[in-house]
Design a protein around this ligand. Structure first.
Ligand SMILES: Nc1ncnc2c1ncn2[C@@H]1O[C@H](COP(=O)(O)OP(=O)(O)O)[C@@H](O)[C@H]1O
Ligand SMILES: [Mg+2]
Length: 317
């Protein structure tokens, strides 16, 4: 039984269908990576799970969690769940932290809201949480303001806030994009350790296929709001089946830095995702190097290709 089961999720704006019929599931304590270029619908997928899609976005489909469909819950019920059972680290750490409050106060706010802790107990727990995310001297840092911290430290504070209530599912939206490469690895290691220690499931959102080999149990590759491939990370990195996955692999600086993945120079996928707009067939067809005539008219269905592997491409073999 999956912990979280997303079925046919669609997020539509008047101008664009940002997520189109996306299905995936997340099991207890596993890390599922959602990978795709900027604009592929990763953040909106996350926001849909949290019940936070901005107007005028319309959400349909189902998100089963704990015997209920989150998309059908009244907002009051969703507000109780959000941050407590499902928590999220947002893509913009700088804008998500309040510059006028100390980090201790911000962490404490979540604890007082969801756990009803007293101010004193919440402060003690905030110090504990800062220690858990490996912030040195947490008893002092609890009283500092976010703008005094480095990018890596701020991201740790964001993680502390997100795990404050021991969520079952943690969504991390590009948690390391703004950070230096060495700090990136530290933050991903931290998330991985917390996932194991706290028994959370982690949905790791990234545009870099290079992080999935080390930190994910399963990968969903997204393009223009659709799932184009689902695979185990090792299988995907050894032999990406969808032409878009192949392109992402070639464009990953992290993988290209490793000798056995050096496929030549860092290759960009030609064209842009804007070409998917209004495309009747495969959204990737306009950029695809193995495109066939039918790809322009027939939207490819996901096909099973071996164990736990799905590919939406009629050409992939
Ligand atoms: N508030 C919004 N209104 C209209 N379109 C939006 C809005 N937010 C995102 N989009 C569009 O939805 C698509 C997916 O966005 P997003 O989920 O943020 O992608 P990703 O996180 O993969 O970069 C993009 O084409 C984006 O322009
Ligand atoms: Mg995003």
């Amino acid at each position: 039984m999956a912990l979280l089961d997303v079925h046919d999720l669609t997020v539509a704006f008047p101008s664009v269908t940002a997520v189109a019929g996306l299905s995936f599931s997340v099991h207890e304590s596993e890390t599922l990576a959602l990978v795709g270029e900027s604009g592929s619908g990763k953040s909106l997928t996350a926001l849909a799970l949290m019940g936070l899609v901005p107007r005028p976005g319309r959400v349909s489909g189902a998100v089963h969690f704990g015997g209920q469909d989150l998309l059908a819950l009244p907002e009051a019920r969703m507000r109780q769940l959000r941050g407590r059972d499902i928590a999220m680290i947002f893509q913009e750490p700088m804008t998500s932290l309040n510059p006028v409050l100390t980090i201790g106060r911000q962490i404490a706010e979540t604890l007082r809201l969801h756990e009803g802790l007293s101010a004193r107990a919440a402060r003690l727990r905030a110090i504990e949480l800062l220690d858990l995310v490996r912030i040195a001297d947490p008893g002092r840092q609890v009283d500092s303001h976010a703008h005094r911290l480095s990018g890596g430290m701020r991201q740790r504070v964001m993680i502390a806030m997100a795990i404050a209530c021991n969520p079952r599912v943690l969504i991390a939206d590009e948690p390391t994009t703004a950070l230096d490469v060495t700090i990136q690895a530290q933050v991903l290691d931290l998330l991985d350790r917390l996932r194991r220690d706290l028994g959370m499931a982690l949905i790791l959102i990234t545009h870099d296929l290079g992080v999935v080999g080390q930190w994910a149990d399963r990968v969903v590759v997204m393009y223009a709001g659709r799932k184009v491939e689902e695979a185990d990370p090792i299988g995907l990195l050894r032999r990406p089946l969808h032409p878009y996955s192949r392109g992402l692999l070639g464009a990953s600086p992290r993988l290209q830095a490793r000798a056995h993945y050096r496929l030549g120079r860092l290759a960009e996928i030609p064209g842009s995702m804007a070409s998917a707009l209004g495309q009747a067939g495969c959204p990737f067809a306009p950029r695809c190097d193995v495109r066939q005539d039918k790809c322009d008219s027939v939207a490819p269905a996901l096909r099973e290709m071996g164990e736990a592997r799905l590919v939406a491409c009629p050409v992939a073999a």
